[in-house]
Design a protein around this ligand. Structure first.
Ligand code: HEM
Ligand SMILES: *[C@@H]1O[C@H](CO)[C@@H](O)[C@H](O)[C@H]1NC(C)=O
Ligand SMILES: *[C@@H]1O[C@H](CO)[C@@H](O)[C@H](O)[C@H]1NC(C)=O
Length: 498
């Protein structure tokens, strides 16, 4: 029987060889077929995506995602494909192509990916179709209504400015960490604007609310819900990810709870006196919108609106510390145009071109929201000759437009002059859209601009800001996964001499 065992092992060895060759051949054939198929179908190009791990290796490392996407843009052009977390993404770069897709073909880019966990799906940012359209319309109506009472909004914001100024004065020119102070002041402005309540800074509920919103903003889940369902053999859906998902859900529940309680209170008041965005929404909403849905919309605004606005204000201070000449120029403009006798109001904005240009330049170079949330195509779309099949996840890379060498003279330099012409008048830019463009652009732009302008200009009127002695100005380089939030840097505030 020995010959039989021999024969068997021989067969086994050759089978092994055949298997290996066959597998290699099949994989090779698969890639060739895929390559040819992609060319024929005119799918966007992109780095080779490996089985199971996709483009994991292109995306790991310490550099943040929006910077890696810039590198790939240089290699593959303005529209390319990447496999992230097991999903095929099409990424669109540069201001021209982003505009072509979101403005000229905006109808095809109105949808978010569906079938993600319900804690994301109930608000406006992740909703789709009829529901989304309804939310967006009533939100625009209600914000317009609240904005008509401009002076009221301005009052809320100025209370926040006053809180920060008081903290600065009590710090007696000693190094102070700005982040927590600005966050509490801005969150209170949002609480007043949206929920018509104002909290004490050391109120336990208020602190819990701030922590929960931070947990939500810090998580990649708030920008890429795909990461909820990721399967990755290199980073398996580990215990840690599960804990993170759970923390995220709990944070969302906390914010929801706060809003729901206030909503119940408001519903007890007669309809004539409903204040704040929440009151307006309750009054205007038709019966097809449930309370749950309204809470979802408010959670979205409170978390995203607060995060983006507070981040933008902190970036302004960071760049003002780094660029003392720009800060001096801003303060000179205030001295010339407004003086120091009265606070700056939003009406003064038209006289303060340089401050406007400085804030715009901060929004360009820092781009607090560098990559759009994923869009989802429900039909085949052709962009620049490339086919984006129905069912694709699409990302718009706003940061690439703000850093576009073909458009900006020196994109990596902080130069408010990017936004001023020779006569010192403000210039508009096609390649500048910090609030997004197209059908799903930001509905809170007016409120955000007002908040940022009043905080920054009034603080510049009252104080000169410096980095603590012996410390370098804070760096802009540390990055987070999906949003950009400055480090918790320190500064000294020297009151203006009157
Ligand atoms: C400086 C502050 C802000 C910035 C830079 C900003 C930026 C953006 C961007 C880029 C988008 C589009 C997101 C995407 O396509 O992925 C967006 C959406 C949105 N923003 Fe803002 N935002 C800010 C403040 C606010 C505020 C204060 C509010 C509300 C009062 C607000 C409400 C919204 C809403 C509701 C959407 C979703 C619109 C939709 O999906 O139809 N934002 N924001
Ligand atoms: C600057 O002024 C323009 C034109 O008035 C306005 O649209 C824009 O929102 C302002 N930007 C900032 C950052 O205030
Ligand atoms: C710049 O502004 C001044 C007044 O502020 C105006 O007279 C002039 O026409 C503006 N220049 C341009 C090129 O728009």
């Amino acid at each position: 029987m020995e010959w039989f065992a021999h024969a068997l092992s021989y067969v086994r060895i050759s089978m092994n060889f055949i298997n290996i060759y066959a597998i290699i051949a099949i994989i090779f054939a698969f890639y060739v077929a895929k390559y040819v198929g992609d060319k024929i179908m005119k799918y966007p190009p992109g780095p080779v995506s490996l089985p199971l791990i996709g483009n994991y290796f292109q995306l790991t490392g310490s550099e943040s995602l929006h910077k890696k996407l810039l590198t790939i843009w240089k290699q593959y052009g303005s529209i390319y494909r990447l496999n992230i977390l097991g999903y095929n993404f099409v990424i669109i770069n540069g201001h021209e192509l982003i505009r072509e897709a979101l403005v000229n073909k905006g109808d095809s880019f109105r949808f978010r990916p569906i079938s993600f966990p319900s804690c994301l799906g109930q608000g406006i940012i992740w909703s789709n179709g009829e529901e989304w359209h309804k939310f967006r319309k009533i939100l625009q109506f209600a914000s317009r209504d609240v904005s008509l009472g401009r002076h009221v909004m301005e009052e809320y914001i100025m209370e926040g400015v006053q809180n920060v100024a008081e903290e600065m004065i009590t710090s007696m020119e000693q190094p102070t960490r700005l982040k927590n102070i600005i966050q509490k002041a801005v969150l209170n402005v949002f609480c007043k604007y949206i929920l018509r309540v104002r909290y004490n800074f050391d109120d336990r509920l208020f602190i819990k609310l701030l922590e929960s919103i931070q947990t939500i903003s810090d998580s990649a889940l708030s920008k890429f819900p795909e990461s909820f369902q990721t399967f990755n053999p290199i980073i398996p859906l580990s215990l840690q990810t599960k804990i993170e998902n759970k923390k995220y859900r709990e944070a969302v529940d906390t914010v929801k709870g706060v809003i729901l309680n206030i909503m119940k209170e408001i519903m007890r008041i007669p309809s004539g006196q409903k204040e704040g965005l929440i009151g307006k929404l309750l009054k205007d909403k038709d019966t097809s919108i449930t309370e749950d849905q309204l809470v979802g919309v408010l959670v979205d605004i409170l978390t995203h609106g607060f995060e983006a606005s507070s981040s933008c204000i902190l970036w302004c201070f960071l760049y003002l510390l780094q660029n003392s000449d720009v800060q001096r120029h801003c303060r000179m403009e205030i001295a010339e145009k407004i003086g120091f006798k009265r606070p700056i109001s939003y009406k003064d904005k038209d006289a303060l071109h340089f401050i406007n240009a400085t804030i715009s330049e901060v929004q360009r170079i820092s781009t607090p929201d560098p990559i759009s949330r994923p869009y989802y195509t429900q039909e085949t779309v052709v962009v620049e000759g490339y086919t984006i099949p129905s069912g694709s996840h699409v990302l718009f890379h706003t940061y690439s437009a703000h850093m576009d060498h073909t458009y900006w003279k020196r994109p990596h330099e902080f130069r408010p002059k990017h936004f001023l012409d020779m006569a010192g008048n403000l210039t508009k830019h096609e390649a500048f859209f910090p609030f997004g463009i197209g059908p799903r652009s930001c509905t809170g732009e007016a409120f955000a601009s007002q908040t940022v302008f009043l905080f920054v200009s009034n603080m510049l009127q009252r104080f000169q800001f410096m980095s603590p002695v012996g410390e370098q100005a804070p760096s802009a380089e540390r990055d987070h996964v999906a949003s950009r939030y400055p480090d918790n840097f320190a500064l000294c505030a020297i009151p203006s001499e009157l």
